[in-house]
Structure formats: structure tokens, C-alpha cells
Unconditional design. Structure first.
Ligand code: ZN
Length: 451
């Protein structure tokens, strides 16, 4: 293997440049970021394809040709970022400056770092003149944060030949997490389905000056009150648990790293009583919430809409609910569970249904990831896991691609956690951790495609 000790430094430089390009979505405007990467690839002798539904929302795709012995490997990152509340940040969000050992900026870990790492890895392999046994594709895509319509979803629908691959490495996993002194690398092998719903309550319209329930009993005819009662009930309920293979394995493997009694209780969390017991005792509320989300479908009310005049009782009121379904569960299953909570007289329209994604973790790529991680962090334990959110894997998997959420990154033991930075204020990435991740990614891609 060649000397790649300088590769991380290059990734740092390109990540800084990408962070200085504001790709806040909405509106996105990813084209300058795609062009930046496109220019880099062109200089490296890898002619890029810049392509998008609109001139402002281009994607960049590039391919290092292999000998065609095996189907391609896709490296992928979305180039858009979520909005910032600038006044809540302690440093500028689009300056890409380095401070206290971190590169600061929106997109540092979500996920321009993967774009920078993938770009320098591909360019290095090209410079080395290797002919891999499979094509290596990089896709830097628009619009992941708003549902992928201009990015991966559009590429898969309009230009599948550009991005079709057997395996993909992308969001969301591969970062180090500390649990009771042990270092875990969660690697996403499944993600929940996304079911966006509108709940509709109807009632009797009327004048706001005359309540219909003079005695004060429950208001049954006011649509606003009915939708309010429904979302209050929904928000206070944890839906039924469902046992899935991926979560069972995740809990078993985490348990092995943990002291008693967690070691004994974690593998039994498919039992609701055990889960309730344990979830109440997990000291980190964020960890508890993530665990709970892996055990059940979820349905979270996020928007309300009703009425347009203070003195008029409207005939209809709406609530929007963000639903997430476990592998093996459909939108219809989730709707049924919600109706069991809020009753059957509130209508539920499914407005968007993106089914769950799940792969069998076992593969030659998985073995390469595990072996390489062990070399670079002998203490770290890679663990396959289910992500509650959605990623571009929803799109790539429609082409049969087996997607791993793996963008290697090691955090120092300073209390800074991936979970706090992801979509959070003061998003930043450790400089040394990024350099480490770049070397890991290089080794994995090289070993998997050239070994
Ligand atoms: Zn992301």
C-alpha cells in the first residue's frame, strides 16, 4: 500500500472550501459546491458529469473505471445542509475556520466531510494508476435534507446508469460513540420508512361567541378541539413494539461491550416491560430516545392548521404527523396503530410513503470495513444498526444497491458527540478525526476494489 499520510491534510483543505459554499436547503443552491468538486476531479484526470433538474441544483458524478470484473462501488455524500440559527452559534457557520482542533461549519459532519474524503481518495487512486476490479463512482448530490427530489431520487429515476452500483458507502454511521468507556462504531445497515401524514378532524362550524358545550363536558363538535385532543394523545403514546433482526443484533452486540445489568437487559429489550424499565434508567435521554425509536414505529405531530378568523369555529382542522416505520412495517400498519390511539373518526391521508430499507450486513465489503477499522482503532467495535431517519440510501437501494451508512470519523475523548452536532448549533469536525477517517476510507476502498 502506498503512503497516504498526507491525504487527510488534503481532505481538510477541501472540506474547508466546501463549508464556505452556503448550500442551505431550502433553497439548496448546490451547484457551486458541485462545480467545486467537478473542477477538482477534472484536474485529477477524472472528467465529471454535472447534472440536475434545474441549473441551481446540480449533482456531480464521477467514475474511476475498473476492469469490469465486478459491479461498481458507490461513494456518496449530499451537498446540501440544514439551515442555521446564526445567533446561536459561537463561530461563523460558513467560514470553515479551524479552532480548538475542530473545523467549524454547517455541513462539517452532515456531510460535506464525506464529499471531501471521497474526492481525495478517488483522486489518489487515479494518480496511482491502479485499475480496480470494479468501477468506483462518487455521487455528490443535492436536496437530501428536503427529501432527495432534486438529488439521489432524481438521478435514480432519470440517469440510473450513472449511479448503479452493487454497494454504497454513505450516510449515516461510522463515527465513534463512547458508551461506558467503550468505543462503538455504529454502521447503518437499515433505515426506517418515512410516512408523512395529514390528520383531518371535521366538526360543526359556528360563531366563536357561543360555545356548544355550556356544561363544560368534552367538546365533540369543534374540529380544532378534536384535532388538538388527537395530537395530544398521539404525542403521549409509545406505539407497540416490533421485533426486528437488525435491532436484535444491534442490542446483542452492544450488550457484549457493557457491564451488568445492561449486558443482561439490552438483549431482552424486545420485551416491552424490559424496554420500559431500561429506557427510564438510561442516563442520557438522547440515547434513550434513539433506543425507543428503534423498537417501535413512531408518529410525531409537527404542524397544525385550522381556521382563519378568531371568532369563527372552522369546520375542519388538520395536523401533520411525521411517521417512521420499522423494517417489515408498512404505511398501512402505521396508520392502523395511530387509529388505535386517536380513534377512527379522524381521517388520515398518507402524503408521502418511503418504505424502510434493510440489507443483510454480511458481505465482503462488511468484512473489509471491520478488518480495516480494527487496524486503525483496535479498541473500536463496529456494530450494524438501524437509523431512525432517512438518507439517500432510500433512492440508491431502489437500484438494488446494498447501502452501508459508513463515513469513518473518530472523535477525541473531550465530550463532543456526533449526536449533539448533527443538525445542531456549532456543528464541527475534529481535524485529526477527519484525517484518520480519510485514511480509513482510502484503505477500505483500496482493499475492497483492488485487493
Ligand atoms: Zn445528512
Amino acid at each position: 500500500m502506498s503512503d497516504v499520510s498526507d491525504l487527510g491534510e488534503e481532505a481538510v483543505k477541501h472540506l474547508q472550501a466546501l463549508l464556505r459554499i452556503d448550500t442551505t436547503n431550502p433553497p439548496g443552491n448546490e451547484t457551486p459546491a458541485a462545480e467545486y468538486l467537478g473542477d477538482f476531479f477534472a484536474r485529477a484526470g477524472l472528467p465529471p458529469t454535472l447534472i440536475g433538474e434545474t441549473p441551481e441544483r446540480k449533482n456531480v458524478v464521477v467514475r474511476l473505471k475498473g476492469d469490469g470484473d465486478k459491479p461498481p462501488l458507490l461513494l456518496t455524500a449530499h451537498l446540501d445542509v440544514v439551515p442555521v440559527e446564526a445567533e446561536r452559534w459561537t463561530r461563523p457557520a460558513f467560514a470553515g475556520d479551524i479552532h480548538d482542533g475542530y473545523i467549524w461549519g454547517r455541513g462539517a459532519i452532515d456531510m460535506k466531510h464525506m464529499a471531501a474524503m471521497s474526492a481525495v481518495v478517488l483522486a489518489r487512486l487515479k494518480a496511482e494508476g491502479v485499475t480496480p476490479r470494479r468501477d468506483i463512482i462518487f455521487a455528490g448530490v443535492a436536496d437530501e435534507e428536503a427529501g432527495c427530489d432534486h438529488g439521489s431520487r432524481w438521478l435514480v429515476d432519470q440517469h440510473p446508469e450513472l449511479v448503479r452500483a452493487e454497494f454504497a458507502l454513505g450516510e449515516l454511521g461510522g463515527f465513534s460513540v463512547r458508551m461506558n468507556g467503550r468505543i462503538i462504531y455504529p454502521i447503518m445497515v437499515a433505515e426506517k420508512g418515512t410516512v408523512w401524514m395529514k390528520l383531518r378532524a371535521s366538526g360543526r362550524p359556528g360563531h366563536g361567541s357561543i360555545p356548544r358545550v355550556p356544561s363544560g363536558e368534552r367538546e365533540e363538535s369543534n374540529a380544532v378541539a378534536r384535532i388538538g385532543a388527537a395530537v395530544a394523545k398521539l404525542a403521549a403514546t409509545r406505539l407497540p413494539q416490533h421485533r426486528t433482526q437488525v435491532v436484535d443484533r444491534y442490542l446483542r452486540e452492544i450488550a457484549r461491550t457493557q457491564p451488568f445489568p445492561s449486558s443482561a437487559l439490552l438483549p431482552r429489550m424486545h420485551n416491552r416491560a424490559v424496554a420500559n424499565f431500561l429506557l427510564r434508567r438510561v442516563p442520557d435521554k438522547g440515547v434513550a430516545a434513539a433506543l425507543a425509536a428503534a423498537l417501535s414505529n413512531t408518529a410525531v405531530p409537527t404542524m397544525l392548521r385550522a381556521g382563519n378568523k378568531v371568532n369563527v369555529i372552522p369546520g375542519e382542522a388538520e395536523a401533520y404527523v411525521d411517521g417512521r416505520s420499522l423494517p417489515g412495517q408498512t404505511a398501512a400498519d402505521l396508520v392502523r396503530e395511530i387509529k388505535d390511539v386517536i380513534g377512527h373518526d379522524i381521517a388520515i391521508d398518507v402524503e408521502r410513503d418511503m418504505p424502510p430499507v434493510e440489507i443483510d450486513p454480511q458481505s465482503p465489503l462488511w468484512d473489509t470495513i471491520v478488518a480495516t477499522l480494527k487496524k486503525h482503532d483496535p479498541e473500536g467495535v463496529p456494530v450494524p444498526y438501524l437509523a431512525p431517519g432517512f438518507t439517500d440510501a432510500k433512492s440508491w437501494s431502489r437500484l438494488g444497491t446494498r447501502c452501508y451508512g459508513f463515513t469513518p470519523l473518530r472523535f477525541p475523548d473531550d465530550g463532543v458527540k456526533f449526536a449533539d452536532l448533527f443538525h445542531g448549533h456549532d456543528e464541527r469536525i475534529p481535524v485529526e478525526g477527519l484525517k484518520w477517517g480519510t485514511r480509513v476510507l482510502y484503505d477500505i476502498v483500496r482493499a475492497f476494489t483492488c485487493g
